[in-house]
Design a protein around this ligand. Structure first.
Ligand SMILES: [Zn+2]
Length: 222
């Protein structure tokens, strides 16, 4: 009698376990099958050129990340700046974002020489700013640091490339002006507005935001 009482919960638990396993597998397969075929792998020069044609012409390297929402909801209305918190090559960052386990990406990145890479096409939402709401409306940009820690300095080459990329994104997406309000209401935002425990994009870039907005707007108006 005692034996019988203990037998059925084991089978019940085992059954429930396999049911959950099947559900998880089905969810994973659905996610994998709905991903575009060009994400997560290295692309030929021709494939990269075809993708650049629909995004910023300033792009020099493309490796698309599976860590994105396809397509984004709503239209592009703002730009959000991040720093790498390191000095990664565009290829290395592409490898990092190609790993589905990282659950992170950005639309663009800029290395310390001012070269630009694309990881998530502008029509899709990158997973960058800890805020789906922000990232559905923003193009996100990671900038490499030439100083690790401290002010998290970025090179002049990265700085000018960032301004050029912002101008290009605004022009192609009909953003008339970049507004820096120092909070999340502007059309130029930074990661720390959406996440309490991050200093991203670091003091150097954060301090430069009013100047970046002004420089971009000057070019947009000319
Ligand atoms: Zn960030």
């Amino acid at each position: 009698m005692r034996k019988r009482e203990t037998v059925w919960p084991v089978w019940f638990l085992l059954g429930a376990f396999f049911l959950l396993l099947a559900a998880a597998l089905a969810a994973w397969l659905t996610e994998m099958s709905t991903l575009p075929a060009n994400v997560g792998r290295e692309l030929t020069a021709e494939e990269q050129q075809a993708i650049i044609a629909d995004n910023s012409p300033l792009t020099q390297y493309v490796r698309l990340s599976p860590n994105a929402t396809f397509p984004r909801e709503g239209k592009i209305e703002k730009i959000t700046i991040h720093h790498m918190a390191g000095n990664l090559s565009l290829e290395r960052l592409g490898e990092v974002f190609a790993n589905p386990g990282r659950r992170a990406s950005s639309n663009y990145a800029i290395d310390i020489d001012g070269n630009v890479a694309l990881y998530v096409e502008e029509c899709n939402r990158a997973w960058t700013s800890s805020s789906p709401e922000n990232d559905h409306a923003a193009v996100t940009i990671e900038v490499a640091n030439d100083e690790i820690g401290g002010n998290w300095h970025v090179s002049d080459e990265s700085y000018w490339a960032l301004i050029d990329l912002c101008v290009d994104i605004c022009r192609r997406n009909g953003i008339k002006e970049l507004t820096w309000t120092g909070d999340e209401t502007g059309t130029l935002t930074i990661h720390k507005f959406f996440k309490e425990d991050t200093a991203c994009p670091g003091p150097y870039l954060e301090g430069g935001m009013p100047y970046i907005a002004e420089a971009v707007n000057r070019q947009l108006q000319s």
